[in-house]
Ligand binder design. Structure first.
Ligand code: PEP
Length: 244
């Protein structure tokens, strides 16, 4: 039985006061007994959130990490540093980073560094609208997975995030999302049979309070990676309640 998970990606939004209010409201409204609830603030606010969320059951993820060990890499953040301040997870390969030039092999190297530091990666994959319209969605996602599957470990999560649904208000239908999740699980069954059944597969792309339950009801959708709606405590709490 895979435990549900709802992870909020706060992207590059927030300020100290806004985040203080958001975490305080989440702590009062989100139940973490049946579902892993994770938030992923920008780096400068990780410690603040860690302090505010202490004892609430809300977990912490970085939005990225370096592929390198701590050292002379100005501007980078080592996976070990994220673990040190209380992160258990790190989002890797988000499409906004891939669009900025991050490659499959860089995502794989970051995932290796994350595991080494004791973090569990949330590995993002997904096709563009053009790729979907030309019938290449499965091939694109599979190619992204090829780079990641060799070293996949227990506890890693995969987030299917169709690029055309991120921040656009356009959501994959539950059927479209399930179809891809089932392809992903079949791919895992072929390449990592011991991990296929237990690896949690999240859907991301304009998940909202009013569409979450239908998405989460699908057999291979184990929860969501939520962007915009995770910045509103009421909306995020409603999405968490929709998780089975
Ligand atoms: C995301 O940032 O991962 C995301 C899915 O964003 P949104 O929910 O806003 O589409």
């Amino acid at each position: 039985m895979r435990r549900s998970v709802v992870a909020g990606n706060w992207k590059m939004y927030g300020s100290g006061s806004m985040i203080e209010g958001l975490v305080t409201a989440l702590a009062a409204s989100v139940a973490t007994d049946a579902c892993d609830v994770i938030v992923s603030p920008p780096f400068p606010y990780l410690s603040l959130v860690q302090q505010l969320a202490k004892g609430t059951g809300i977990g912490l993820a970085g939005q990225n990490c370096s592929a390198f060990e701590p050292g002379a890499h100005t501007g980078e953040v080592a996976a070990a540093m994220l673990a040190d301040i209380g992160c258990q997870w790190v989002i890797l390969g988000h499409s906004e980073r891939r669009q900025a030039g991050e490659t499959d092999s860089e995502v794989a190297a970051k995932a290796a560094a994350a595991r080494q530091a004791g973090l569990q990666p949330i590995l993002c994959v997904g096709e563009t609208l053009e790729q979907r319209q030309s019938g290449d969605a499965v091939a694109v996602v599979t190619a992204q997975l090829e780079a990641l599957v060799v070293d996949l470990a227990a506890g890693d999560m995969i987030a299917y995030e169709p690029v055309w649904a991120i921040g656009t208000g356009e959501t994959a239908t539950p059927e479209q999302a399930q179809e891809m999740h089932s392809e992903i699980r079949a791919f895992l069954a072929k390449h990592q049979p011991a991990l296929a059944e237990d690896t949690r597969l999240l859907y991301g792309g304009s998940v909202k309070a009013d569409n979450a339950a239908a998405l989460f009801a699908e057999q291979d959708i184990d929860g969501g990676l939520v962007g915009g709606a995770s910045l509103q405590a009421d909306d995020f709490a409603a999405i968490v309640r929709a998780a089975p």
